[in-house]
Design a protein around this ligand. Structure first.
Ligand SMILES: Nc1ncnc2c1ncn2[C@@H]1O[C@H](COP(=O)(O)OP(=O)(O)OP(=O)(O)O)[C@@H](O)[C@H]1O
Length: 724
């Protein structure tokens, strides 16, 4: 929105008029010298100003905008004889706004190299509220029409195509408006004239390339309006025809004043009625006054004393016009083809924009990916460093594990031998239990030790103390501890096992010795009794067996009594010999049973060897933890596929806890535990040359991810050392 530009031009006064003029001009203000009221405008041009200055101030710019497609209107307003016609048409000496604008228009067109123009002109007058064509005098009483395409237009008005300023000015020169002589002006304008330049333009196309050019045509109009001056009958002395002309002039100017007042009060913007149709002048200038146009009003005034009231009235009108705002825009007419091309161009522009924004998005994505890559590389480096440290730590552990692996070999055989002894002992218990217990009672130090339970208890306590979801460092720490505690000290176990064997042997030997000694003692007693003369004796001495009392040399027995004693002793000897035979038989049975069990175990062992020499990665199904046996699923050795090969059950009694020591399984145990705590007991650089099972856990398919792993050594390497 832009305000209407209003400039004031004061006509030169005669010396007499100047003396009595009550008006003063100061800057851009006009005021009566004895009144405080001031009229301020965009520009106030004094008596000495040139029309070209007024043109330069604003009109020139309006003309240039017309060439660019905006509507423009400049009109001169003022009382009769104030210099309106002089300003608009000029004189021989001083060109007016019309010739200056025409020259400027063609000059501007010449500068627009990329557009081609078609300029037409029309010239009309509104005389007594009738529109006459000044270029075609026969065209009279033309009607005003309005259409969507053309807006408000005068039907039948001749539009002359013009190609040069001279052509235009010549046409203007020969156009004859209504003028008449009044008391105030020898050549008083009796009509409002509207000089119109219609400028059409479109983009200039390359020769023979009409497809690329737009069919959009800009059509703009420059209206240069020379209004008839308001007049007072008393001053003009008009009568008859002049009076009628004056009446129409005043009426149309009054409507113009009303329209300007309403527009300045904002009536139109509030949806109120603006009486454009009340006069042909306002109707034709409707777009210029309150619509799509850059508008300038040159208010011509006379500063003489006798026209002070009219001047005041003109200044009031000009002040109101200052408040009016217009909104000028480019007027473009689009054909269907032009519309299509315009839309195509818009689509192409949007597509280009979209692609550009997309490429920006892609660039952003690439940047993000690069950042991610950088981060992962940094992470990789960090992990590599950690891995290096881990390798060092592992090497350290390997050394320790190597030592312990050797201990395991010894322990495995020792423990298994120990178990066999246990079985043998338990099997013969039915027969020997009483004697052994008796021997133990006599020799408390013979009580059997249970190294496995001692060691198991120690390790169970440690395993239970490990949190399931531990950090790597914690796990490592625990693992170190496990390594320290899970494997029994070989020497200690050896001592324990040896002590156990020793005690068991001692128990058997003691038992045997006990029987032999007893028989021997009885035989000695018997021979002593036979060789001792029969003496008197106390009956209490016959209470046998009591070897201690039999050894008294001072005892004397009578013959019959001695015979009885000897008999009794013989019976005892016989009974002991029978008992000895029975013990020997039982021992033989036990040995036979052990041999049989050994053979059975050997069979199982061979079966296990078969699987575990090929498939040594197994999974223990947790579902069976609560049952009597573990379900062990064996998978192809270190296969990425992890194909299930065979499942078999191991009694729980055989496998209470894989971390326990001694190994409860009938095959060497290398590693065991839940995946999070899975630690190999033997590593790749050990003499066993086993790959590190940890590296294969990740490659285990998810669906068979083991909840508990045990890792068994290839049996063949242990076969020679493995004994039941
Ligand atoms: N700035 C000026 N310099 C010299 N002469 C001027 C100037 N303005 C007006 N005149 C002279 O004053 C007289 C009246 O001017 P003009 O005809 O332009 O008035 P007008 O406002 O058009 O009157 P009307 O409304 O009656 O047509 C003319 O003789 C004109 O030459």
């Amino acid at each position: 929105m832009e305000r209407i530009y209003v400039a004031v031009r004061a006509r030169p006064l005669s010396p007499e008029e100047s003396k009595t003029s009550p008006w003063r001009i100061s800057g851009n203000s006009v005021y009566l010298h004895n009144q405080p009221t001031k009229f301020d405008f965009g520009r106030v041009f004094g008596e000495d100003c040139k029309t070209v200055d007024i043109f330069e101030a604003r009109t020139k710019e309006i003309v240039a905008s017309v060439v660019r497609g905006f509507n423009g209107t400049v009109f001169a307003y003022g009382q009769t004889s104030s210099g309106k016609t002089y300003t608009m048409r000029g004189s021989v000496k001083e060109p007016g706004i019309i010739p200056l604008s025409v020259l400027e228009l063609f000059c501007s067109i010449e500068k627009e190299m990329d557009r081609e123009f078609l300029v037409r002109m029309s010239y009309m007058e509104i005389y007594n509220e009738e529109i006459n064509d000044l270029l075609a005098p026969e065209h009279r009483k033309l009607q005003i029409h309005e259409s969507l395409e053309r807006g408000i237009y005068v039907a039948g008005l001749k539009e002359e195509i013009v190609t040069s300023p001279e052509q235009v000015l010549e046409l203007v020169e020969f156009a004859h408006r209504h003028i008449g002589e009044t008391n105030m002006n020898l050549y008083s304008s009796r009509s409002h004239t509207i000089f119109r330049m219609i400028v059409e333009s479109r983009e200039r196309s390359e020769e023979g390339d009409s497809i690329n050019c737009f069919d959009a045509v800009r059509v703009s109009t420059l209206n240069l309006v020379d209004l008839a001056g308001s007049e007072r009958v008393v001053k003009t002395g008009a009568e008859g025809l002049r009076l009628k002309e004056g009446s129409h002039i005043n009426k149309s100017l009054l409507t113009l004043g009303t329209v300007i007042k309403k527009l300045s009060d904002g009536v139109e913007s509030q949806g109120g009625h603006v009486p454009y149709r009340d006069s042909k002048l306002t109707r034709i200038l409707q777009a210029a006054l309150g619509g799509n146009a850059n508008t300038a009003i040159i208010c011509n005034i006379t500063l003489s004393q006798i026209h002070a009231d009219e001047t005041k009235s003109s200044l009031l009108f000009a002040s109101r016009a200052l408040q009016v705002k217009n909104c000028a825009c480019v007027n473009e007419i689009l054909t269907d083809a032009a519309l299509l091309k315009r839309q195509k161009k818009e689509i192409e522009e949007l597509r280009a924009k979209f692609l550009s924004s997309q490429s920006e998005h892609l660039e952003e994505e690439i940047l993000n990916l690069r950042n991610t890559l950088l981060q992962s590389e940094l992470e990789k480096e960090r992990i590599a460093l950690e891995l290096e440290e881990e390798k060092k730590a592992k090497a350290h552990r390997d050394r320790r594990l190597l030592e312990q692996a050797k201990k395991i070999e010894n322990l495995s055989s020792l423990i298994l031998c120990s178990e066999r002894n246990d079985r043998t002992t338990h099997s013969t218990k039915s027969n020997l239990e009483a004697d052994i217990l008796e021997a133990i009672e006599e020799e408390p130090e013979l009580s059997l030790l249970h190294p496995s339970s001692e060691l198991v208890q120690e390790n169970e306590d440690l395993v239970d103390s490990i949190p399931f979801s531990s950090s790597l460092s914690e796990i490592s720490d625990y693992t170190d501890r496990m390594e320290c505690f899970s494997l029994p000290n070989a020497q200690a176990l050896l001592n324990v096992t040896s002590r156990r064997k020793k005690h068991q042997n001692r128990a058997c030997i003691s038992l045997m010795k006990f029987g032999d000694v007893k028989i021997g003692e009885l035989k000695i007693s018997c021979s002593e009794v036979q060789s001792t003369p029969i003496k008197s004796y106390s009956s209490s001495l016959y209470h046998l067996p009591d070897g201690a009392s039999l050894g008294h040399n001072n005892l004397t027995l009578r013959e019959p009594e001695a015979i009885i004693v000897i008999k009794h002793l013989h019976e005892q000897i016989k009974s002991l010999e029978v008992e000895e035979t029975s013990v020997q038989r039982n021992l033989d049975n036990v040995v036979a049973l052990a041999t049989e069990q050994n053979a059975s175990f050997r069979e199982k062992y061979d079966e296990v060897c078969f699987f575990f020499s090929h498939f040594n990665f197994v999974k223990i199904n947790t579902l069976f933890h609560e049952t009597e046996s573990f379900l062990i699923e064996s998978y192809l050795k270190f296969s990425n596929k992890g194909d299930l090969i065979k499942t078999f059950l191991i009694p729980k009694s055989k496998f209470r806890n894989p971390n326990q020591s001694p190994n409860p399984l009938p095959f060497p145990l290398i590693a065991a535990g839940p995946p999070s705590l899975f630690r190999p007991f033997s590593l790749s650089n050990s003499p066993l040359s086993l790959p590190n099972p940890l590296s294969h856990i990740k490659s285990f398919p998810l669906e068979i991810k083991p909840s508990f792993l045990i890792y068994l050594s290839p049996i063949s390497k242990y076969e020679n050392n493995f004994r039941f």
